[in-house]
Design a binder for this molecule. Structure first.
Ligand SMILES: Cc1cc2nc3c(=O)[nH]c(=O)nc-3n(C[C@H](O)[C@H](O)[C@H](O)COP(=O)(O)O)c2cc1C
Length: 171
């Protein structure tokens, strides 16, 4: 499958089966994440693989958006390692770094037949504390991943697209 076909086929999975994701597939997903570009190649991101019973119980208690996934990737960035733009106060790359890293992971997962969803609906600070993250790490997203359960279909939002001339301007 070419890249555009893969990107078009992917959708947010909101109903997972309890089938675990094989370690080899998880390794490939992590490999894809690791080759993503980051600001000045800072690689300021971190990924926590939540899959123990204890971790899953904790994350299910923190977010309503886990959707029965057997595993969740928690992506964070390190506030002292991210790239800071010297030309603009307050502009730094942490969230962008994590976003491209997580997108690589999401698309590689799809290529392997593994579904996922990007979840921002969780209490960031409480989650960081619950998992004992270092003080200088900020959480960005949760990514429940696993195999789609039978009957899982894309939400109607999946195919909604604004017209290209609203989104793209040629100057
Ligand atoms: C930054 C971001 C945050 C999101 N947060 C959530 C979330 O908290 N809960 C949820 O169910 N979906 C969440 N989504 C999934 C979007 O709703 C979904 O990607 C969008 O509706 C398009 O559907 P599709 O991914 O199936 O193409 C999020 C997506 C992004 C990119």
């Amino acid at each position: 499958m070419g890249f555009l076909e893969l990107a078009k086929a992917r959708y947010s999975v909101r109903k997972f089966s309890d089938r675990p994701v094989e370690q080899e597939k998880l390794d490939r997903i992590i490999e894809a994440a690791m080759i993503a570009p980051t600001g000045k190649n800072s690689q300021a991101w971190r990924c926590y693989v939540l899959r123990s019973e204890e971790a899953m119980e904790k994350i299910n208690g923190l977010s309503r958006c886990i959707f029965g996934a057997p595993m969740v990737l928690l992506f964070t960035y390190h506030t002292e390692e991210e790239w800071h733009n010297p030309l603009e106060e307050g502009i730094h790359s942490g969230v962008e770094d994590v976003s491209i890293v997580a997108t690589h992971a999401m698309l590689e997962a799809w290529e392997l037949g593994v579904g996922s969803i990007w979840v921002n609906y969780f209490p960031n600070t409480e989650t960081e504390r619950a998992f004992g993250l270092p003080e200088n790490e900020r959480s960005v997203l949760l990514m429940p991943i696993g195999y789609a359960a039978e009957g899982c279909v894309p939400s109607p939002h999946h195919s909604e697209s604004r017209p290209v001339d609203e989104l793209v301007k040629y100057l």
